[in-house]
Design a protein around this ligand. Structure first.
Ligand SMILES: [Zn+2]
Length: 221
């Protein structure tokens, strides 16, 4: 795919996410790994709703800015996940309301933030790890993501938001949307004793679709 097309895709998906209220103000950022080892990254202080394809930050394989505006200050979140997920080609980070909300609940299991509620959450986002709270800009957050050793394609930063990797930009966006919707379902059903997918139903999905989940046992959230 040409770089021009990829630039347009970042802006198109960014606008779509912003217009649906999935990340407010100038929050959220998107990155994409290019064939030459470099990256396209959304600029610092840019709203995902109003991106200009020509002004996206273009980084070389060493992470140096070679064209466009300065990249988001949250780039360590992206590089940490790329470093441990060899197949990742795109990463989406949002400040989406429901996903942020669940990070603050006392019962959350850091190894599996959300229970197996729908097949598409498991198929697109897999399981989601919770990364503890870090002040914005604290480099320790990258170490915490690397500490998960690439076992998760989706992580939730406590009191902050999701960081989700995909093999394509579309896959990363769709997985982020599944994560947000699953967080919303969890909040809607919290305290109502809902029936989640059973361990047998989860095992069947794992077998049929070749999913690699960290632990696919039933949760008693
Ligand atoms: Zn953020």
């Amino acid at each position: 795919m040409s770089e021009a097309k990829l630039r347009e895709d970042i802006c198109r998906f960014g606008r779509s996410l912003f217009e649906r209220g999935l990340t407010p103000g100038s929050s959220g950022n998107i990155s994409l790994r290019l064939d030459d080892g470099g990256w396209l990254v959304t600029p610092t202080n840019a709203s995902l709703g109003f991106l200009d394809p020509a002004r996206l930050a273009r980084l070389d394989a060493q992470g140096r800015l070679v064209a466009g505006d300065a990249p988001t200050k949250e780039i360590p979140l992206h590089t940490a996940l790329y470093e441990t997920r060899a197949a990742a080609r795109a990463i989406v980070h949002l400040h989406s309301t429901h996903a942020v909300a669940v990070t603050m609940l006392p019962e959350i299991d850091p190894k599996s933030v959300l229970p197996p509620m729908t097949p598409y959450y498991l198929m697109r986002a897999g399981q989601t790890a919770l990364v503890p709270y870090f002040r914005p800009g604290d480099p320790a957050v990258a170490d915490a993501i690397k500490g998960l050793a690439g076992r998760y394609s989706s992580v939730l930063l406590a009191n902050h938001g999701p960081v989700v990797a995909g093999e394509t930009l579309e896959a990363a966006v769709f997985a982020t949307e599944e994560l947000e919707e699953t967080a919303k379902l969890y909040l809607l059903l919290r305290g109502l004793n809902p029936r989640y997918l059973s361990p047998e139903q989860v095992s069947d999905l794992v077998r049929t679709f070749g999913l690699s989940l960290q632990e696919h046992s039933a949760h008693d959230h």
